[in-house]
Design a protein around this ligand. Sequence first.
Ligand SMILES: *Cc1c(COP(=O)(O)O)cnc(C)c1O
Length: 390
Amino acid sequence: MNKETNPYLWMEKSLQTIHRANWYRQVKNINSLPDSIIKINGKNLLNFASNNYLGLAGDNLLIESAIQATKQYGTGSTGSRLLTGHNPLHQELETAIATLKQTESALVFSSGYLANLGTIPCLVGKKDLILGDEYNHSSLKNGAKLSNADFINYKHCNIKDLELKLNSNRVKYRRCLIITDSVFSMDGDLCPLPELITLSKKFDTMLLIDEAHATGIMGKNGGGCAEYFNCNGAELVQIGTLSKALGSLGGYVAGSGVLIDFLKNRCPTWIYTTGLSPADTAAALTAIKIIKNEPKRREKLWQNVNLFKKKLSEFKIEFLPSKSPIICLQLDTPLSALNLAKKLENKGIFAPAIRPPTVPTSRIRFTLMATHTDEQITYLADSIDISRKD
Ligand SMILES: *Cc1c(COP(=O)(O)O)cnc(C)c1O
């Protein structure tokens, strides 16, 4: 076949465009346990890029419980939860999630992404409207697309803009759903949950929050932003992941018993996929127990966040508004973000440049962990100060 008629040729061209824009990315080999120091491409680096906020993904208790569950129930769940893929650990984990989230019920999915892709189209369809924060995670945006509902973005965390859009559109639709990250994954700020709840009541609208980066770390007991804002009483659809602070793999939906019962009967990304593996299920369950029994880990994480912010302020280094362990330095161009990331890497620090199209403006995104030491955080702040000047 001659080249002109090769139907795949466009991909190379598209990749060239990606390269030219400095948007190209590739995987890195991590060859160690996922803790505050990781081995990347053979080199030990201080890890300020992980979602493993409490250091649980490499914790012995989680590892042991995963091994135990594998020996007891096997490596795979072998089928859909409704057929052969349900074991007692799933039930125990769902009860533990509902308790952590203070909801009637919960349901685990194979990933947080799948929880969003499946749940949103279950809640709304063609006659309905979704309003979403413009900075929402990809899984919320794609869940909205799959639903076939009309979709409107509102300005980031802007209640006035949302109210305006509800005012002029709500009456035209049957059901309406507001969707938002609770901790914004690439910014680190929080959605204005109490105000969102007030609006959702005023406009008879459902409200779905994605607690992926909040679960296990926000709120007094690690219950997420719903707990942090004292909004546990409100009827919400709460989605989250088992793969960040909980150190495992999988996602969940927490909410009313009716919601969960409905999803079990209607949600294709739960019904037509294999149940979570025994190892992942057991690890997440152990993580929730640790989160309940060892609040010190959470306290240390917040001490680390405060220390890092204090150091940045002393150096007069500006960072994006954040109320979470995600702290970002904004940079003018993808190239300047890449350059700063490279300089930090030369000093033994791993923190990635996050660029369009993931985010509207380029930045370096730092995430703190409970297992970082004060010295490591001080070294990070010093290194940023030196690197931005040379
Ligand atoms: C990471 C993330 C997800 C996806 O969760 P996975 O379990 O990794 O698939 C969904 N939403 C948000 C906001 C996230 O940050």
